[in-house]
Design a protein around this ligand. Structure first.
Ligand code: THG
Length: 805
């Protein structure tokens, strides 16, 4: 099936995909803990019976069960050498059932390994892993690809690139959202939609995680930014436990009722996930098949994103700043530190600019003596871990730009594309492939334009070339190309005219490198700020500038206020009061954002809050040198800091990356202090034996819990993942542990927790047992008679403290 055919099908009518595979195969006898792909191949009747039922229930598309047949996953069962053979067989089985009945989709999902920098899987290795599976599937042939149950937007991007670089089939991407409405990594539905539709994905949506009712507002968020259809594949309600089995109690009628609400919210393609059955699909088809398909009206996407934040570019909105500081030009100290390979200043600049109100951060690593590509990638990893802001990737080298766009986990702003033919075409092709916005520089190979007419001509050239390859006018931001007024008296006037032309005649946003205007002049801040004020009045959308200059930021906010832009007065009024009179270089007191992130804390605590692993040891040493007791440093500084991190995480101001960064910084601090405690009476508060239960190989959450508990002074013995009950209990008995901590991510392995509780009783193990994991809740804890449950690592610390009393 071509992408055009797929689009046409989805324009014509509501389309149906299949229901659950995993829970249905379990009913047919698939035991827990086996490699599902292997079991299916050994018992082909089971999947074929089920697939036939789905087609007969009205599914247009049925998934081949290639869900986890990637090299990384198969290697967990020692089956990686059988990858090609297994994928081909799984597709062939499905094609045999499909015949003329309907379409066959390949199914791709998570590998269970975390991407760098949180984990150690490199992006390109993940792309290659998916490519290998896609190529194997293509040997047999399918109609389309479904990338589903994805918890990470960046992993979705890797799968999409792998598919697009192997074939031209339609792609559906479906993510899993937590009850808070975000992915595990803090991505919102609208961000996921923006990033993936910009990359040319044909249909985006969600599956698993919750029942259908909880998906309604998530679908609405996607629909607000969607230029492509939305898929929903909800579970049949929330999982409940009955007689040791996970059950989904929502029946077909109730399920279809709820799916009607999802239709109203804007979904176009329907199916089911865990707990749904052919009967659910039947009822769904009966209910929705004659409903008219949604007409998707074009929504301009003038927006860039990180993994956790959208920044909309609004022609009439408040003036925006692209922070310029991550650029070695003219900064001797920064250059020296980059030459040494240090990323410390990059991270400091990123944090400082975010605090000072930048909306986007420019990253430029152009300087002699360093490997620009390598440093660009390192900077992106560091900056995207440290702050939430979207990035503007600033390089004139096509190869550096492509490397950067591949690993950037959002929708970037390309800086920049000029009308120079040899570079324009490959750069525009990158914008298209990676779904980026781009800054157009009205320059050609012949040098600076001599007048505004030549600028207009260059702008026209780039826009026409962009539109000819399917980019939209709304993907472009125009640089007005500021020259210094010190050398050319009309430099300011020329810019003002270009700004007005872009805004009023082209309806396009503008940007400029602000400080260029005053190059070579004395008292530059006055020229910059005055230029800015006039430019804002003419309609300049944003500038690349240093947000650490209060005069600039205050004057921009004042200009917005005087232009009566919406919200500007409130924003200006809420800026911190400056200590001295507003003058060049005056420093503002703490910005509201800084206060929020615990700016009133000690430097050591701040290092934890901000995840400053490079500085924490130095700050601790200062306290030690001043005679502060090690125990006091732990209690009054480190723990205070990690409490703030936990608190910000609870309030959804921090997400997983910041939580990990904080815990890691604290661990480094603790390691520095630990030797000094040796002779002290500071004994560990309690011993906790922790493990992921047998059959389950997920350990992200478990590792985080272990790290947090260690940081709070507990003696944590981590037995790893896939640990048999015997091993856990024997260890707890041997160490006379006060607690056992158990983790399980999958509904298929949660019952192993019950085994541990029972075995503890049998063996007279006195440890209190606390449990957690994606599928676990308070009622499951009661069901198996465990002693405690916590939803995340921060809560687990509180739970242990409570149980200790
Ligand atoms: N248009 C677009 N992109 C751009 C520019 C532009 N990117 C690069 C540049 N111009 C904007 N960025 C900078 C970065 C640093 C400086 C100026 C512009 C700078 N550096 C100081 C110096 O040279 O003395 C150091 C000052 C400091 O310590 O901050 O001024 O026009 N699309």
């Amino acid at each position: 099936m071509t992408r055009a055919d797929f689009r046409k099908l989805l324009e014509t009518r509501i389309v149906f995909i299949d229901g659950a595979t995993g829970t249905e195969l379990q009913k047919k006898g698939m035991p827990a803990g086996v490699c599902p792909e292997k079991w299916i191949i050994d018992n082909p009747w089971a999947i074929q019976e089920l697939q036939k039922d789905y087609y007969n229930s009205g599914s247009d598309i049925v998934l081949a069960p290639t869900f986890t047949a990637s090299r990384i996953k198969l290697a967990e069962y020692g089956l990686e050498d059988k990858l090609v053979e297994m994928n081909r067989k799984l597709v062939a089985l499905t094609r045999e059932v499909a015949g003329e009945k309907g379409l066959v989709a390949a199914d791709i999902s998570m590998t269970g390994k975390q991407l760098f920098p949180l984990g150690d899987l490199m992006f390109e290795d993940l792309v290659d892993c998916y490519k290998e599976q896609v190529a194997a599937i293509m040997q047999e042939g399918v109609d389309l690809f479904v990338v589903e149950t994805m918890m990470s937007l960046q992993e979705c991007r890797a799968a999409v690139l792998a598919i697009k670089e192997t074939c031209d089939l339609p792609i559906i991407v479906s993510l899993t959202f937590n009850p808070d409405g975000k992915t595990l990594y803090g991505t919102s539905p609208d961000t996921a939609m923006i990033v993936l539709e910009s990359m040319g994905v044909d249909c985006v949506g969600m599956n698993c995680s919750t029942g259908p009712e909880d998906m309604v507002h998530l679908v609405e968020q996607m629909a607000a930014v969607a230029n492509i259809p939305i898929i929903v594949k909800p579970n049949a309600g929330l999982p409940e436990l009955e007689d040791g089995k996970t059950v989904y109690k929502m029946g077909p009628v109730e399920f279809a009722d709820a799916c009607e609400k999802l239709y109203e919210a804007g979904a176009s393609l329907f199916g089911g996930c865990c707990g749904s059955t052919p009967a659910h699909i039947s009822e769904l088809v009966k209910r929705l098949k004659n409903r008219p398909q949604h007409k998707i009206s074009y929504k301009p996407l003038r927006v860039v994103t990180s993994e956790r934040m959208n920044t909309w570019i609004d022609l009439d909105g408040p003036f925006m700043v692209i922070g310029e500081r991550i650029n070695p030009t003219g900064k001797k100290k920064f250059q020296a530190s980059l030459l040494e390979g240090s990323m410390e200043m990059v991270v400091d600049f990123a944090r400082e600019q975010e605090e000072k109100g930048a909306n986007i951060l420019d990253v430029n690593m152009g300087m002699n003596g360093i490997d620009e590509k390598k440093m660009m990638l390192e900077s992106i990893y560091e900056v995207t871990s440290a702050v939430d802001l979207p990035l503007c990737l600033d390089t004139s080298h096509v190869d550096v730009m492509e490397a950067a766009l591949r690993i950037y986990p959002g929708r970037a702003l390309i800086n920049s594309i000029s009308a120079e033919k040899e570079k324009m075409e490959p750069m525009l092709a990158l914008a298209k492939k990676y779904g980026a916005m781009f800054i157009t520089l009205p320059l050609s190979g012949a040098g600076l334009p001599k007048d505004i007419d030549e600028k207009k001509q260059h702008i026209g050239t780039v826009l026409a070339a962009a539109e000819s390859i399917g980019l939209h006018k709304e993907d472009a931001v125009i640089d007005v190309l500021v020259q210094t007024v010190g050398a050319e008296g009309t430099a300011g006037l020329q810019c003002f005219e270009t700004i007005e032309y872009c805004k009023n005649e082209l309806d396009l946003p503008t940007v400029c490198g602000l400080s260029n205007i005053s190059f070579g002049m004395p008292n530059r801040p006055y020229v910059n700020a005055t230029y800015l004020t006039i430019a804002v009045s003419k309609g300049l959308t944003m500038a690349i500038a240093n947000p650490n200059q209060d005069m600039l930021m205050y004057q921009a906010a004042a200009a917005d206020t005087l232009m009566n832009k919406s919200g500007a007065l409130e924003k200006y009024s809420s800026l911190p009061v400056l200590e001295t009179k507003a003058s060049a270089g005056a420093k503002a007191t703490d910005s509201p954002k800084a206060l929020e992130a615990g700016a009133d804390l000690s430097p050591v605590a701040q290092c934890v809050v901000k995840g400053k692993k490079e500085q924490i040891v130095g700050e601790i040493q200062k306290l030690l040198d001043a005679g502060v007791e090690p125990q006091v440093i732990i209690e009054e500084h480190l723990i205070k800091g990690i409490n703030v991190v936990g608190d910000l995480y609870d309030k959804k101001k921090y997400f997983l990356p910041q939580l990990i960064a904080g815990a890691n910084a604290m661990e480094i601090g603790m390691k520095h202090i630990e030797p000094l405690l040796a002779n002290d009476s500071a004994e560990a508060k309690a011993t906790i034996v922790i493990a992921t239960v047998e059959g389950d190989i997920h350990d992200i959450g478990k590792n985080l819990v272990a790290l947090m508990l260690k940081n709070y002074g507990y003696n944590v013995v981590d037995l790893g993942k896939d640990v048999p009950a015997e091993t856990i209990i024997d260890k707890a008995v041997e160490l006379n542990a006060e607690f056992i901590g158990l983790s399980a991510l999958m509904t298929t392995t949660m019952m192993r927790m019950d085994d541990v509780v029972k075995l503890a009783k049998d063996k007279g193990c006195k440890a209190q047992i606390v449990i957690g994991g994606a599928c676990i809740n308070e009622s499951f804890k009661d069901e198996i008679n465990a002693d405690g449950y916590s939803a995340d690592a921060a809560e687990c610390v509180k739970l242990i403290q409570r149980l200790l009393k």
